[in-house]
Unconditional design. Structure first.
Length: 261
């Protein structure tokens, strides 16, 4: 199964381009879930989630809907090594687990997290702290791109997050493949000019993919799908609902290619 959605859904600048003007913010997710089959929950990077909030979100979606949840920054950026933090994070996911709606945990590591022995040890430890949960890692340093990384992630049953982003030195290239039962792809946009030189964070993701740029990924998604059980595709170019436009268009391209979504 290929699921297509966006990275987050609760953006004020989506009112008008996507959400109706008078739609209450509390109804955003229900409206979104009527049009897409999954969402990447990103607020959990900034603060530890709780079970009550995720249960309430789940109630606004249908039984086939899927959530992927980004790991809290303490687990991926601060890396404090507190087992209690992993336990708290896991408990918060329980409503989604119980309802069969958890796609995976997304662990996005910073560019400074390179392929050195201590970081390999941390990846192994990270997976061990979330027993039974599917984990996908987004590695942002291009030094990870080699066959050894793919093999090792496969042995650890950690998924590899493929990305589309600006073709800048040191950033991840558009590698396509899966190393676990969960395939994953994130579209960050190709705004090279604003990737490093921006005043506001959203400027980095201010980009609308052209149809031919998305078409480049259709065969690659087929490859990811062939190597996994479920594949998740998320658009993170969220400014002004551009992610919604591209997610809808990419869904059409996948359907034309007979890739079930």
């Amino acid at each position: 199964m290929v699921y297509v959605g966006t990275s987050g859904y609760s953006y004020d600048d989506w009112v008008g381009p996507f959400y109706p003007d008078k739609l209450a913010k509390s109804n955003f997710l229900q409206y979104y879930a009527e049009r897409f089959g999954c969402v990447e929950v990103n607020y959990t990077y900034y603060r530890m989630p709780n079970a009550q909030t995720l249960a309430a979100m789940s109630r606004k979606t249908g039984p086939e809907f899927r959530f992927t949840v980004k790991a809290t920054g303490e687990l991926t950026h601060e890396r404090s090594g507190r087992p209690e933090a992993f336990q708290e994070f896991s408990r918060a996911l329980q409503p989604l687990i119980d309802e069969g709606k958890l796609g995976c945990v997304l662990a996005q590591f910073p560019h400074s997290f390179g392929p050195v022995e201590g970081n390999w040890d941390y990846l192994r430890w990270f997976k061990d702290q979330l027993p039974g949960l599917p984990v996908v890692v987004e590695l942002r340093n291009a030094a990870w791109v080699c066959r050894d990384t793919i093999n090792a992630l496969g042995q650890m049953q950690i998924g590899f997050c493929c990305v589309d982003e600006p073709r800048l030195k040191g950033l991840m290239p558009p590698v396509a493949g899966a190393t676990s039962p969960v395939g994953y792809l994130r579209f960050h946009g190709r705004n090279s000019a604003k990737w490093y030189n921006h005043d506001e964070a959203w400027e980095r993701y201010d980009y609308l993919y052209a149809p031919d740029e998305l078409a480049e990924w259709v065969d690659k998604v087929a490859r990811i799908k062939a190597q996994s059980e479920d594949t998740y595709v998320f658009f993170n170019n969220h400014y002004n609902a551009q992610a919604v436009q591209n997610a809808s268009l990419f869904t059409e391209l996948l359907q034309e290619a007979d890739l079930s979504t």
